[in-house]
Design a protein around this ligand. Structure first.
Ligand code: CP
Length: 308
């Protein structure tokens, strides 16, 4: 039996995988529906212990569009046997007997890896606490590639909650694979990027800097990757109050960006991007979210061994 194709963390992907993913995602964006799962009865279990709009609905839509089926719980913390004290390991052991692929979001760092170590079917990490969100980073990378037709020599500012933000962690790991990338971290004092990522960037020889002046950074980068300050992850709400609202894009400062630069955001946003920015041609975040559908269709097919 071949190795099971789990998707757990960004470090697992190489450039060959990324090129194939981009090609499959583009092909699927053109066809929109259909593919090798039609009539096969393939089942995806979607197990979300944390709230989600984009990740859960895009994975579920992706599976239906591919011709497969979905079993799901709206809120696994309340409506699965987690509420009765069942361990993650036991839930995964059971679900992997009912489904051909499991997409899971969990509140604990490392939960996806634990699930994969038990599961007899592929596990796709849809976010594990403040750990990683690899499928988000893959759709982010696809969006950057679609816009710039390259991933080398990009200057990317990551702004906001870099301490608890799993999307920026996963994206930093992926961008580190490309030549000449420069990362600018713009974060409140209490939301700085963790040392494990900085150490990884150092080992990979990736250029990066910390800069607290967003307005000064805006004209210097190809992409401003905004993130929400995640109130739900703060143990000390005084720290949250210190960080909230510190960095914001609005009509007043977005004009400082280069005409060909783009604004990305994994969403949801709260106050870090003013609604009037949405009509700016550099606002890419809704397009980015749409790309999640095509990329997740491609990832489901990859995990099921259906890439030719
Ligand atoms: N980007 C993202 O993970 O969004 P959701 O929390 O809505 O899934």
């Amino acid at each position: 039996m071949g190795q099971i194709r789990h998707i757990i963390e960004s470090q697992q992907f190489d450039s060959g995988f990324l090129s194939a993913l981009f090609q499959h995602s583009q092909d699927l964006s053109r066809s929109g529906r259909g593919g090798p799962l039609g009539g096969t009865g393939t089942i995806m279990a979607s197990l979300f212990y944390e709230p989600s709009t984009r990740t859960r609905f895009s994975f579920e839509s992706a599976m239906y569009r591919l011709g497969g089926n979905v079993i799901t719980t709206e809120n696994a913390r309340e409506f699965s046997s987690f509420a009765k004290g069942e361990s993650l390991e036991d839930s995964i052991r059971i679900l992997s007997g009912y489904a051909d692929i499991i997409v899971m979001r969990h509140n604990e760092i490392g939960a996806a890896k634990r699930a994969a170590s038990i599961s007899s079917v592929p596990v796709l990490n849809a976010g594990d606490g403040a750990g990683q969100h690899p499928t988000q980073a893959l759709l982010d990378l696809y969006t950057l590639h679609q816009k710039f037709h390259r991933l080398d020599n990009l200057r990317v500012a990551m702004v906001g909650d870099l301490r608890y933000g799993r999307t920026v962690r996963s994206l930093a790991y992926l961008l580190a694979k490309f030549k000449g990338v420069h990362l600018v971290f713009v974060a409140p004092e209490v939301c700085q990027m963790h040392d494990d990522i900085l150490a990884y960037l150092d080992r990979q020889g990736v250029s990066y800097e910390n800069n607290t002046n967003l307005d000064a950074v805006l004209p210097q980068v190809d992409c401003v990757y905004m993130t929400r300050i995640q109130k739900e992850r703060f143990l000390d709400l005084n720290e949250y109050a210190e960080a909230a609202g510190k960095y914001r894009l609005s009509e007043e400062n977005v004009h400082r960006m280069a005409p060909e630069a783009i604004i990305m955001h994994p969403l949801p946003r709260v106050e870090e991007i003013a609604p009037e920015v949405d009509s700016d041609p550099r606002a890419f975040y809704f397009h980015q979210a749409q790309n999640g559908l095509w990329v997740r269709m491609a990832l489901i097919l990859y995990a099921l061994g259906k890439w030719d």
